[in-house]
Ligand binder design. Structure first.
Ligand code: DGJ
Length: 304
């Protein structure tokens, strides 16, 4: 049993296998946390692990793979899970949310053709269960826009937002999703034009929205910045630095507010030379009464 996790070390699941959940996301459903993330080994795209305590993770399934089922969708999408050369496509930053109306688990992700980053598309997949095989519904460019690094955020009223880097990463777009979370309803905000933010991660505390994001330097870490807003569709603050100049050699993956109310910054410490050896760093995310956000490095973490 893990009493603590050592940041930046190799983390293994309950079977002793390396955890591959990069660029990921955690949801809480019926008493269990589910951690989804990129798994680029073999024919896999996205894997999911489960945990009751956020410290010990059981491998559940490779939920999206080269041979996942595909289905046509009411919007026109590209449902290819391999590229023209027959190789793997590139699926990054998978995020999963639960739709209470349809009782479905909906995944949104960044999709590229596995050769370059020109597709700049978002993809959708759907499942009846959190650990089930997801059916891929394909990828598309929302309203024709480029869409790269992304996140999902579900508000208190169950309205969901898909947030992604657009215009070659120059601008951050905020899209409101349709009630079934299977399409974009409206582009509701364009943020920080020309500031080239990626790796967005959102949390809401005491009615205020906070978004962390990185600058664009490929796999190399850079200065994380944050902004806050009283309304996700309204006016956001300008960007302020958080953490050190490389954000302790990390890039945001997502922000988790646990069932006890504690807030954590989950991040990737990428290894651009050996992607599968990329590691994770989790730090407490401190939000002060004056809406200032702080991250301090610590070698180990016990999540509560
Ligand atoms: C930074 C992004 O945040 C990652 O998800 C990945 O796309 C790398 N760039 C690729 O260089």
């Amino acid at each position: 049993m893990n009493e603590y996790l050592t940041n930046g070390s190799i983390w293994t699941d309950t079977e002793g296998n390396v955890i591959h959940a990069h660029g990921g996301h955690i949801i809480f459903h019926n008493g269990t946390y589910y951690w989804y993330g990129e798994n680029r080994t073999d024919n896999n795209y996205v894997s999911v692990y489960s945990s009751a305590d956020l410290m010990n993770w059981r491998f559940e399934n490779n939920v999206l793979t080269v041979s996942s089922k595909t289905a046509s969708h009411r919007i026109r999408t590209n449902t290819m899970l391999t590229n023209e050369q027959g190789g793997k496509i590139n699926i990054e930053r998978p995020k999963v949310i639960y739709n209470k109306k349809s009782s479905k688990f909906i995944m949104w992700m960044h999709v590229e053709n596995g050769v370059n980053y020109d597709l700049a598309a978002c993809g959708i997949a759907i499942s009846d269960t959190p650990t089930g095989n997801f059916t891929y519904l394909g990828c598309f460019n929302p309203y024709g826009y480029m869409s790269r690094d992304c996140t999902l955020f579900v508000d208190d009223d169950e309205t969901a937002y898909f947030i992604s880097s657009s215009r070659d990463n120059a601008d951050m777009h905020v899209y409101r999703l349709t009630d079934d979370y299977l399409n974009i309803d409206k582009l509701v905000n364009k943020l920080w034009q020309g500031e080239y933010r990626e790796a967005p991660a959102v949390v809401k505390k005491d009615g205020v929205y906070y978004m962390l994001s990185s600058y664009c330097t490929g796999w190399d870490p850079n200065q994380c910045k944050y902004a806050s807003a009283p309304s996700i569709v309204g006016k956001w603050s300008t960007l302020s630095c958080v953490g050190d100049s490389t954000t302790y050699r990390t890039q945001p993956a997502f922000i988790l507010q646990t069932e006890t109310g504690n807030i954590y910054y989950y991040s990737d410490r990428w290894n651009g030379d050996d992607y599968d050896d990329s590691r994770y760093v989790i730090l407490p995310l401190i939000i002060n009464d004056n809406n200032a956000v702080h991250l301090d490095y610590q070698d180990t973490i016990t999540i509560k």
